[in-house]
Design a protein around this ligand. Structure first.
Ligand SMILES: [Zn+2]
Length: 244
């Protein structure tokens, strides 16, 4: 490694020293896989409804058929199975393969960390890859869900609910996520602008506990001062220069 970018060298040093690494990832992690930022989605559903209303548990309960129509459109459900992990996802899997204890805390719902080979992944906002029956609990894979306009449980015929955490639902894994961050000896944040609460409070808790924190994100965040190292760079270009 050269000294051209001192922040990159410092990040490499923190990675080398750490054994237990928590990695918080957001939408920026997956943009190089071609996945759009869903918050800027703009489709049929948006004419008289905000994203938060369309992807809400209230709308699902009130009108499941209209909900599923909007949900498919917003999350490009047909394309989800075709997205591939990128160098960022692969780097985190490589860290784990190199013997580090890596826990990925992700805000993403695309399943790409798991597909890249990361084994400890907390999908804090759930996943697009499955939908479950609220009645009997049976989990159904995406290829089943894709085939039906209104996906029904193959056993009890209840309308399936996506396994994404909808607006109005609690974030069930938020406590384990805080626990994993506070048990780590390095917190790395990648591709998150830290705008979504309560996930964006994780770095502050870690910094307060004296855990070194590093950020790789294209744009500044309002929490940059918490981090020992801030890299305003792409995730792929950064990870291609790091050793696992
Ligand atoms: Zn069922």
């Amino acid at each position: 490694m050269t000294d051209i970018n001192p922040s990159l060298s410092r990040l490499q040093g923190l990675l080398d020293q750490a054994q237990r690494i928590a990695v918080l990832t957001g939408a920026g992690m997956s943009t190089e896989s071609g996945i759009p930022d869903f918050r800027s989605a703009n489709g049929l559903w948006s004419r008289d409804m905000s994203l938060a209303e369309a992807v809400s548990i209230d709308y699902f309960r009130r009108d499941p058929a209209a909900f599923w129509l909007a949900f498919r459109d917003i999350f490009h459900l047909k394309l989800v199975g075709g997205y591939q992990p990128n160098d960022g996802h692969r780097f985190l899997a490589a860290l784990e393969a190199a013997g580090k204890e890596v826990t990925v805390l992700t805000q993403n719902i695309d399943g790409l960390h798991g597909r890249a080979g990361s084994r400890r992944v907390l999908e804090m906002h759930g996943t697009l890859l499955t939908a479950s029956c609220p009645g009997c609990g049976e989990v159904h894979p995406l290829d089943y869900v894709e085939r039906l306009a209104l996906p029904e449980c193959r056993y009890c015929h209840g309308v399936l609910k996506p396994d994404v955490v909808l607006y109005g639902e609690a974030v069930p894994l938020i406590e384990p996520a805080f626990d994993a961050a506070l048990a780590a000896d390095l917190l790395l944040v990648m591709g998150s602008s830290l705008e979504v609460s309560p996930v964006n409070l994780i770095p502050a808790e870690a910094a307060r506990a004296g855990i070194p924190c590093a950020l790789v994100n294209y744009t500044p965040t309002r929490f940059d001062a918490l981090f020992d190292v801030c890299l305003r760079a792409g995730i792929g270009e950064t990870c291609r220069q790091l050793r696992a």
